[in-house]
Every structure is written in structure tokens, then in C-alpha cells.
Design a protein around this ligand. Structure first.
Ligand SMILES: Nc1ncnc2c1ncn2[C@@H]1O[C@H](COP(=O)(O)OP(=O)(O)O)[C@@H](O)[C@H]1O
Ligand SMILES: Nc1ccn([C@@H]2O[C@H](COP(=O)(O)OP(=O)(O)O)[C@@H](O)[C@H]2O)c(=O)n1
Length: 217
């Protein structure tokens, strides 16, 4: 098989985007971070002072650029860095639980995967967006390690946080994502679970590249 799709799902800060980006680059595939798309709609929602989500969607145009991983263009403005700030993170699970928002983005995401050659990460990629993906990974890590990693991310980005607060926020967001009505975060039956706790980025990347090589053979 010369072209495959790879779906990577899992809870917050498990390492999905970091690994997906590296795998895509090593295999010359397209990397798509779907969390950033839900964050973009959340930013538009906050900037418009929490309007009706259905109405908001009719005025939203999202474009992804494959530059430095992925840049997100929301209505012709590059909002990539803004999407990681606390107000967006605090509201994204609410916005992502809305049926119209999910329909809108799943449709966009499925268009991106039609020609294969995509590494896509999120919460419902293996279960809903690409149920026929050739390789599905469900990535996890302990909540302590995830909070510590996110704290380092935030420090590098100049975003204020504390490890204790992050631990509580991450656990709360996971709970919302796992218990929502429409395509909740769950491991697809045919997904391979990888626990990245205590592993290096290189080790996890290698493991997935090996699994991909088997599918590409
Ligand atoms: N083994 C590992 N796998 C993936 N990421 C790791 C690993 N060890 C440390 N990290 C760090 O953890 C963070 C994971 O964040 P990210 O990739 O955004 O996760 P997610 O996309 O699951 O929210 C990054 O800062 C990354 O450098
Ligand atoms: N496929 C996806 C991706 C993200 N999301 C939502 O978007 C939020 C942000 O995703 P993200 O991947 O950017 O989050 P982090 O793990 O990077 O903090 C998640 O907490 C989910 O609520 C989703 O519902 N479905």
C-alpha cells in the first residue's frame, strides 16, 4: 500500500500533536491538528461574545497551512498562537460538544483525508472522522506527566499556569470530552494504545513509524 491515513487520538497533552507532526514529516505526509480547529471556532465564539453557535458557523472560514507544523487561518487572520491561551482552553470542550460545530468540522476534516497521506490527531479521528484509517493510535500518559509537560509548554509560550491547576483542568477537560453525547473521546476497537509516560519523543515516534512501515509494506 503506498498511501495510508494515520489517526492519533487521546486525552489532553498526551503528546499527540508533537508525535503526529514528527511522523508526518518523516513519512512526507500531511499533518492535521483537529484540536486547533475546535480552538479556532472557540476563539471566534469568544470574540463575538458567545453568540448562537449555528449562526456563528455561517460566517466562519478556516484554512490550514502546512508551515512549521500547522498554521490556522481564521477568516484570513493567522490565529495559531492565540489558540493556546487560557480563555480558549477553558471554553473549547463546551464549544466542541455542540452538534453543529462537530458536523461542520468533521465534514471539513473528512475532505482533507479523502486522498490519504494524512496524519490527523484529535479525540474522534479513529472512531468518527476516519473510521477506515489504516493505522489508529490511542495515546495516553499519566495526568501528572501531562500536567508537567503542559506547564513546560506554557512557560515556553509565556502563558501563566501552575502544575496543580493544570492537573485539575486537564482532568476536567478529559471528563467533558469523554462524557459528551456526540463522538466522545474513546479508544477505537482497532486502535493500538501507546502509553507515553516516561518515554522520550524519539521512542514514541519510532514506535509509530514502525507500525506505519508495516502498513505501508
Ligand atoms: N514521549 C513524549 N511524547 C510526546 N510528547 C512528549 C513526550 N515527552 C515529552 N513530551 C512533551 O509533551 C508535550 C505534549 O504536548 P502536545 O503534543 O501538544 O500533546 P497533545 O497534542 O496530546 O495535547 C510537548 O511539549 C512535548 O514536547
Ligand atoms: N477531534 C477533536 C479534537 C479536539 N476536540 C476538542 O478540542 C479540545 C482541544 O483539543 P487540543 O487537541 O487542542 O487540546 P490539547 O490536548 O492540545 O490541550 C479538546 O479538549 C476537545 O474538547 C474534539 O472534540 N475533537
Amino acid at each position: 500500500m503506498n498511501k495510508i491515513n494515520i489517526a492519533i487520538d487521546g486525552p489532553a497533552a498526551a503528546g499527540k500533536s508533537t508525535i503526529a507532526k514528527r511522523v508526518a514529516s518523516a513519512l512526507d505526509m500531511v499533518y492535521v491538528d483537529t484540536g486547533a480547529m475546535y480552538r479556532a471556532i472557540t476563539l471566534a465564539y469568544l470574540e463575538a461574545d458567545r453568540p448562537d453557535l449555528n449562526e456563528l458557523l455561517s460566517g466562519i472560514h478556516i484554512r490550514l497551512l502546512a508551515e512549521n507544523g500547522q498554521r490556522v487561518i481564521l477568516n484570513e487572520k493567522d490565529v495559531t498562537d492565540r489558540l493556546r491561551e487560557n480563555d480558549v482552553t477553558e471554553n473549547v470542550s463546551f464549544v466542541a460538544s455542540d452538534p453543529a460545530v462537530r458536523r461542520f468540522l468533521v465534514n471539513l476534516q473528512q475532505q482533507l483525508t479523502e486522498d490519504k497521506g494524512v496524519v490527523m490527531d484529535g479525540r474522534d479521528i479513529g472512531t468518527t472522522v476516519i473510521p477506515d484509517a489504516e493505522l489508529k493510535v490511542y495515546m495516553i500518559a499519566s495526568v501528572d506527566e501531562r500536567a508537567m509537560r503542559r506547564q513546560l509548554d506554557n512557560e515556553a509560550r509565556g502563558i501563566e499556569s501552575s502544575v496543580e491547576q493544570l492537573k485539575a483542568d486537564i482532568a476536567h477537560r478529559d471528563h467533558l470530552d469523554m462524557t459528551r453525547d456526540i463522538s466522545p473521546l474513546t479508544k477505537a476497537e482497532d486502535a493500538i494504545e501507546i502509553d507515553t509516560t516516561g518515554q522520550t519523543i524519539e521512542e514514541v515516534t519510532e514506535e509509530i513509524l514502525k507500525l506505519a512501515a508495516e502498513k505501508l509494506a
